[in-house]
Design a protein around this ligand. Structure first.
Ligand SMILES: NC(=O)C1=CN([C@@H]2O[C@H](COP(=O)(O)OP(=O)(O)OC[C@H]3O[C@@H](n4cnc5c(N)ncnc54)[C@H](OP(=O)(O)O)[C@@H]3O)[C@@H](O)[C@H]2O)C=CC1
Ligand SMILES: C[C@H]1O[C@H](OP(=O)(O)OP(=O)(O)OC[C@H]2O[C@@H](n3cnc4c(=O)[nH]c(N)nc43)[C@H](O)[C@@H]2O)[C@@H](O)[C@@H](O)C1=O
Length: 316
């Protein structure tokens, strides 16, 4: 029987990082490589996590002791709005398959990743954890948000019914090396970085920014997230999710200006208000995590500079 008042010891544990080639999963693998543990991975070509029987067989065969669930159908505002069925179905199925198989295989600790979009569109700011399910969701991503809420509740249900040590972390908007730079499916930060880079190379005079530029977003550098997730694996063992962010946000216009300065693009910003703004603001209250002793270390300018370097390296 695990004593939950003591930190959970990762030493010697076999840890399955689901989604290890994604932006978050690869950062978690980098961070876990500094711990004395065994990392287990399986690419989608060998294990499609939407396949329940294959997922169960993988757990039975490999017997991980810890799971970080960083596999999901992920995308920016337009992708979420365009493919609602995929975002709802894939995420529900991946979560139920992985969390259910982990329980059946006796996994000792599982960390599920949600997102700040689980909160109501007009939640109080900064958003405390208990704002969940207190109001209507943002329509552009309600499908993905509903799946993420189901994942949190499934972890809580296994804890309540069976005492499983399954926890959930809610990150703010993330960015960093390994991000998706496809303009149709990406989030705002990599999209604007790529647009600014290409506009600079082309000598363009302007750069298109979707929406009005007034929405506010909180951006967390992915290696800081990975550090927080390892901290939570060791120290968090409670029902209910926990917010992970920086506690600071910027407008999309401010983000675009920062990216243009970093890239060296000096043209003007043109706002396309036919594109959706989405949630007006989603700054999370990170008081619970701060009180436990964790905080983000990478400032937004520093993280954007590192991400731009990684983006340029990926083009070589
Ligand atoms: N990016 C962000 O801003 C935020 C992300 N999050 C959460 O963090 C987690 C990771 O996101 P992120 O790293 O950005 O996303 P990515 O798209 O970069 O990575 C997702 C990973 O999941 C894998 N995957 C997806 N579907 C399947 C499947 N059916 N079977 C097996 N593997 C699959 C992908 O594999 P493949 O490479 O083969 O496609 C990929 O490795 C998600 O839970 C997301 O909701 C939360 C808040 C913000
Ligand atoms: C992480 C989070 O990510 C998503 O929510 P989002 O924060 O609204 O997503 P986003 O990063 O795509 O946009 C943020 C803001 O930026 C504006 N914007 C400007 N110009 C571009 C642009 O070129 N591309 C994009 N994608 N957005 C742009 C855009 O119009 C919006 O106002 C959800 O999928 C949700 O499910 C989720 O979890």
């Amino acid at each position: 029987m695990t004593d939950r008042s003591m930190p959970f010891d990762l030493a010697g544990k076999r840890i399955f990082v689901a989604g290890h080639r994604g932006m978050v999963g690869s950062a978690v693998v980098r961070r876990l490589q500094t711990e004395d543990c065994e990392i287990l991975t399986a690419g989608r070509e060998v294990l499609d996590l939407r396949d329940q029987a294959a997922t169960k067989a993988f757990f039975d065969r490999n017997r991980p002791e810890v799971v970080v669930l960083a596999a999901a159908k992920v995308g920016g505002i337009l992708a979420n709005d365009t493919y609602p069925a995929d975002f709802l179905y894939d995420n529900l199925v991946i979560e139920t398959n992985v969390i259910g198989a982990a329980f059946q295989a006796g996994v000792r600790k599982l960390l599920f990743l949600g997102s700040s979009c689980i909160y109501p569109k007009f939640a109080p700011q900064p958003i405390p954890e208990d704002a969940l399910l207190t109001g209507a969701l943002e329509p552009t991503n309600e499908w993905y948000a509903l799946a993420k809420i189901a994942g949190i509740k499934l972890c809580d249900a296994y804890r309540k019914q069976y005492g499983a040590d399954f926890i959930s972390a809610m990150p703010s908007n993330l960015y960093g090396p390994g991000d998706n730079f496809d303009l149709r499916t990406s989030h705002v930060l990599p999209a604007l970085m790529r647009k600014a880079h290409e506009a600079k190379l082309a000598g363009a005079r302007s750069l298109e920014v979707w929406g009005t530029g007034t929405p506010r977003r909180e951006f967390l550098y992915v290696d800081d997230l990975a550090d927080a997730l390892v901290f939570l694996l060791k120290h968090y063992s409670e029902p209910g999710h926990i917010n992970v962010g920086t506690g600071e946000d910027v407008t999309i216009r401010e983000l675009a200006e920062l990216i243009c300065r970093t890239v060296g693009f000096e043209g003007e910003l043109v706002f396309d208000s036919s594109k959706p703004d989405g949630t007006p603001r989603k700054l999370m209250d990170v008081g619970k995590l701060s009180a436990m002793g964790w905080r983000a270390r990478t400032s937004l300018p520093e993280g954007v500079a590192k991400t731009y370097q990684a983006f340029k390296d990926s083009l070589r």
